[in-house]
Design a protein around this ligand. Structure first.
Ligand code: CP
Length: 307
């Protein structure tokens, strides 16, 4: 059903396909915690990260190692032939002949799709500028399914909704599950109009506000994102909105008993460390769930068997 394919955007996935990834991740979770599994023995995953990453890069690497496979790491662009002027297309053609799949993170939107046009093996988009981050969304959905519920979900997406690729991808997937979405951002960082139009076209219930306090007590999931300094063309514009939202213990008065707070991480100041010890804080567990979910994806994409 899933087949050999590229993983570029959540728009390319059906709900059934997502559910099949999450189901397999559930069965692989014991191996993500250290059990023995050789499903990808002899397989190689290439990691091409042209932007910084901790979780995505290392959880893909962990996933591959937990499945008995190996990784190739291009390393910083300065240490590769890209520094001599080699194009992304040529780099992909070459590495695609060494590895069974490629993971790429790149500052330019559309770069993963471009890479897929030159790659003989599956390409997984690990974040393309302000575009999409589909494997993050799969682990986000896995977290919600395990720790809350994807049924009748009420979720607030908070922070940088303009440049935030995690929330762009997540919004498309949530639409498939009939979630009620509240968009909370500063006026200058609202969700792009084409995405809102797509959500409306799918009949998704979406409301928009700049006031987090007006929604925090109504939702099951609070999905918080960082205001991303590196995406702002003008640093002054960043300083104007950098401290727009900060969730501290005092913000949680009156919230639902089962509220979960998620964050793709890294965080800067938007969630106070004092929140980490509350029952609502799920973001570190969420980052661990990247391992079983990426194991599932890799097994489906490059494994020889599906059992
Ligand atoms: N969530 C996420 O993409 O984190 P990294 O930037 O550390 O990979």
């Amino acid at each position: 059903m899933f087949g050999k394919r590229h993983v570029l955007s959540m728009r390319d996935f059906s709900r059934e396909e997502i559910d099949s990834v999450l189901d397999l991740a559930e069965s692989l979770e014991p191996y993500a915690r250290g059990g023995r599994c050789d499903a990808l023995s002899g397989k190689i995953l290439a990691l091409l990260f042209f932007e910084p990453s901790t979780r995505t890069r290392l959880s893909f690497e962990t996933a591959m190692m937990r499945l008995g496979g190996k990784t190739l790491n291009l390393g910083p662009a300065e240490g590769s032939a890209i520094a001599k002027g080699e194009s992304l297309a040529d780099t992909i053609r070459v590495i695609g002949a060494y590895a069974d799949a490629l993971v790429i993170r790149h500052p330019k939107e559309g770069s993963a799709r471009l890479a897929s046009q030159f790659s003989p093996v599956p390409v997984l988009n690990a974040g393309d500028g302000a575009g999409h981050h589909p494997t993050q969304t799969l682990l986000d959905l896995y977290t919600i399914r395990k720790e809350s519920s994807l049924e009748d979900l009420k979720i607030a997406l908070v922070g940088d909704l303009k440049y935030g690729r995690t929330v762009h991808s997540l919004a498309y997937a949530l639409a498939l599950y009939g979630a009620e979405i509240t968009l909370v951002s500063p006026p200058s960082l609202e969700m792009p109009a084409p995405i809102k139009a797509d959500l409306a076209g799918k009949g998704t219930r979406v409301r928009e506000t700049h006031d987090l306090d007006s929604v925090i007590r109504d939702v099951d999931v609070l999905y918080v994102t960082r205001i991303q300094r590196e995406r702002f063309p003008d640093p002054y514009e960043y300083t104007k909105v950098a401290k727009s939202y900060r969730i501290g213990p005092e913000s949680l008065a009156g919230v639902q008993e089962g509220l979960i707070i998620m964050h793709p991480l890294p965080r800067v100041e938007e969630i106070a460390p004092e929140v980490d010890d509350t029952r609502h804080a799920l973001y570190f567990k969420q980052s661990f769930y990247g391992v079983p979910v990426r194991m599932a994806l890799l097994k489906m994409l490059i494994g020889d068997r599906l059992d």
